[in-house]
Write a protein that binds this ligand. Structure first.
Ligand SMILES: NC(=O)c1ccc[n+]([C@@H]2O[C@H](COP(=O)([O-])OP(=O)(O)OC[C@H]3O[C@@H](n4cnc5c(N)ncnc54)[C@H](OP(=O)(O)O)[C@@H]3O)[C@@H](O)[C@H]2O)c1
Length: 402
């Protein structure tokens, strides 16, 4: 049997240059790259119409995007900012929406075919579920959705017969390596990690680091939350869980290796000893375009690897003591149930506390470890259990660190 991941059905993908897209989190790092890719594809004969955009606070960027892409609607999560946007900018025929019920209505509309999910954190889950139920194609950058509800998302994708394409560079790399392969021949998946800004630092040095130090990612320019996740290596832990659900593989066969240059985006090792890897410069526009044109490859003007200047491709084993978050993610993945929800919620709260200088960098892992230790999960859990667990953890931690 040839490779067929649960979430992606290559055989069923038609070549279509025309599509209508909704983008959740268009003002973020991924969202802005997505709009650049859409522009570039449209210049090459594609006709991708942007039907709606969403933001939380950044109404200035949102208004620039409205001028360039003329969506029918914008959704703004923060009610104060939605009001300010309506007063400040007068766009003819633009609907400005706010409130969860309005977001749900927007997602259920039949004026678009693809939902690109590039919001950060747990907020990606509900709209992704609604879009699947409305049989939309999902292009997913938001990793937290699959981390907390991968099993349920898989079930829904099968039930509503739709597809999900990953945008995360590592999962895009794995998808590219596996396309055309027999799934029974996979020995293991190896996710590469840059190691972040603290790869060469001692635990003592990391213990005294500032927010600014942790936000200095060596290779990628990303939003604050994922940048801190990269520094703790929780980002790689979340990706291990994502890979488990995307490629239907046990976490014991998903490995992590540090590759400081971020040129190889991941590997697949096969039973015959062959290894396939996907390489590229660290630029999210490449996996974004692949997700939007999948399973086709389209000419792009994005930066290329200059092999003459590529001196080193090096690899190291991750240090699970120094990067305790990675160990905790493996443990939560193996326990399953609502443990990954606890991992995610406590991480989101702890990262926020760190960004606001309320805890130290090393306390992020301590908080997550403690929440995982005191949690008990039902064996058969439903989506309500995920929402309930997420809320409980956030409430407990917010009260504790008030
Ligand atoms: N950045 C990368 O290179 C990269 C790579 C792979 C995967 N990812 C994943 O992609 C997702 C987005 O990452 P990012 O780096 O683009 O994040 P980001 O730059 O922080 O952008 C987040 C986006 O979500 C919006 N947002 C924030 N909180 C929200 C809420 N509560 N409800 C609704 N919208 C909200 C933000 O709006 P405002 O701008 O208005 O605040 C912004 O549009 C994350 O899950 C990340 O792990 C990112």
């Amino acid at each position: 049997m040839y490779f067929e991941v649960r979430l992606i059905f290559l055989k069923e993908m038609k070549v279509t240059k025309t599509s209508n897209i909704g983008i959740l989190g268009s003002t973020g790092s991924i969202g802005r790259n997505v709009l650049e890719v859409i522009n570039s594809l449209n210049r090459k004969g594609y006709e991708i119409k942007v039907k709606f955009l969403t933001a939380n606070n950044n109404i200035e960027t949102l208004s620039d995007q409205v001028k360039l892409f003329s969506p029918e609607s914008v959704y703004i999560e923060n009610p104060g900012k939605a009001e300010e946007f309506s007063k400040k900018y007068e766009f003819k025929n633009l609907k400005v929406l706010c409130g969860q019920d309005k977001l749900e209505e927007l997602i259920r509309r039949d004026n678009y075919d693809t939902l690109l999910v590039s919001v950060v954190g747990f907020s990606g889950l509900k709209p992704t579920i609604e879009a699947i139920k409305s049989r939309k194609k999902i292009a997913l950058a938001n990793k937290e959705t699959l981390v907390v509800a991968g099993t349920l998302i898989n079930k829904l994708l099968n039930e509503y017969e739709t597809v999900l394409i990953p945008i995360d560079s590592e999962h895009s790399a794995i998808l590219q390596c596996l396309t055309g392969e027999d799934k029974n021949t996979i020995k293991r998946i190896v996710l590469t990690a840059s190691g972040g800004p603290f790869r060469t630092k001692s635990i003592e040095e990391i213990g005294t680091c500032t927010v600014e130090d942790a936000l200095k990612h060596p290779n990628w320019n990303m939003g604050n939350k994922i940048t801190i996740d990269s520094a703790t290596m929780m980002n790689k832990g979340l990706e291990v869980i994502e890979a488990k659900h995307l490629f239907n593989i046990d976490v014991s066969r998903v490995h992590v290796i540090i590759h400081p240059q971020s040129i190889i985006h991941s590997f697949v090792e096969f039973i015959d000893g062959s290894v396939k890897a996907q390489l590229g410069v660290p630029d999210m526009k490449i996996p974004i375009q692949y997700a939007l044109t999948y399973p086709h490859r389209i000419q792009s003007d994005f930066r290329r690897i200059d092999f003459n200047n590529l001196k080193d491709l090096s690899f190291e084993e991750p240090d699970f003591k120094k990067f305790k978050c990675l160990k905790l993610a493996y443990e939560a993945a193996e326990k399953e149930g609502t443990y990954p929800t606890v991992l995610n919620a406590s991480n989101e709260v702890a990262v926020n506390l760190f960004l606001n200088n309320k805890i130290t960098f090393l306390e992020i892992a301590d908080i997550i470890e403690e929440q995982l230790e005191i949690h008990t999960s039902k064996e058969n859990f439903e989506i309500e259990d995920i929402y309930e667990t997420d809320q409980k953890i956030r409430k407990n931690l917010t009260e504790k660190h008030r």
